[in-house]
Write a protein that binds this ligand. Sequence first.
Ligand code: CA
Length: 356
Amino acid sequence: MTLPLTYEALTDVGVERSENQDACGTAEAGDYVFYFVCDGMGGHRGGSTASTMAVEVIGRVLRETDGAIELRMQLAIEAANAEIHEFARQRRDLHGMGTTVVMLGIDRAAGTAHIAHVGDSRAYRLRGDVYRRFTKDHTWVQRLVDDGVLTPEAAEHHPHSNVISRSLGGRNEVEVEFTTVLDPIADGDIFLLCSDGLYGLVDDDAVARQLGDLSLAEAPPALVRAACDAGGHDNITVQVVLVGEKSAAAEAYAVQHPPNGHGHVTGRNTVPTPAVPAPAAPPTPDERDSDELPVSIDPFSDTLPDNEQRGSGTLIIVLAAAIGVALILIATLRPPSFAVDEPTDEPEATEGSATN
Ligand code: CA
């Protein structure tokens, strides 16, 4: 029996910013259904251009490409990377723009879920009372965690936790990380895709509680409000996908993890995300520059100090490099911690807590 899939998505500018550079979309092709969230970067116009282009290109390629589900996901993300990179190369004012992507693909006939990501947008699943994160951020601080320099707890609250090491648009090729969810989808599964504007401000327990406690329609606006109440300094995007019917076991999460109290909920100018994204703005030929771009720091390099930082450029890169040196000095003075929590690089094990 094929389980029905329903979803709700919401993207919000947040409290402090004037522009929403996040975007999200969905695509359907035969038995495959795809959901994706993109978080743009690259200064004024660049971020929103990159994320909007990514959503448009990814949706188009997913629908038009033949092949197995993960192949389609890879080709779609690679196509978006190539188009954004080429567009930025031709437009001096958009040079350096890029975006993250996190994508959930579900094969309804096979009952399988597949996750791909680049950057620090994340994918989670609430199954019963188990809330699990599937993606590992492509960030500078995650590398420090991997190297044993930082604990995961310290990384979560690090001032430069948003310096990402991989993005769409920065290079002409991109490495896509796949996570195959080995256990089949189950009735009552709730998947969440989100940008760092959510998880950076609302802890996982609080998010899982909302997912378990609220209806599918109620959850996205509640999560956005929670992020805004916590400061809302970034754009916030959430996409919630429900497999089958919401289970009583999921609601058990909210009961077992009672709220620790959140502040007053204020009204926000939230914008429902259309299922079919708007097409990206086409290139303007008369604004194209020559191929000879000035030599500058590539903010998308995989090695410091050439990492991407949303919003500002060289200053943050210099700060990041300085902090890196400081951390290395600290690391030489005391044994590194290896207290790595989830997610792991290991193939997913079945949790044995499936609902129903
Ligand atoms: Ca963000």
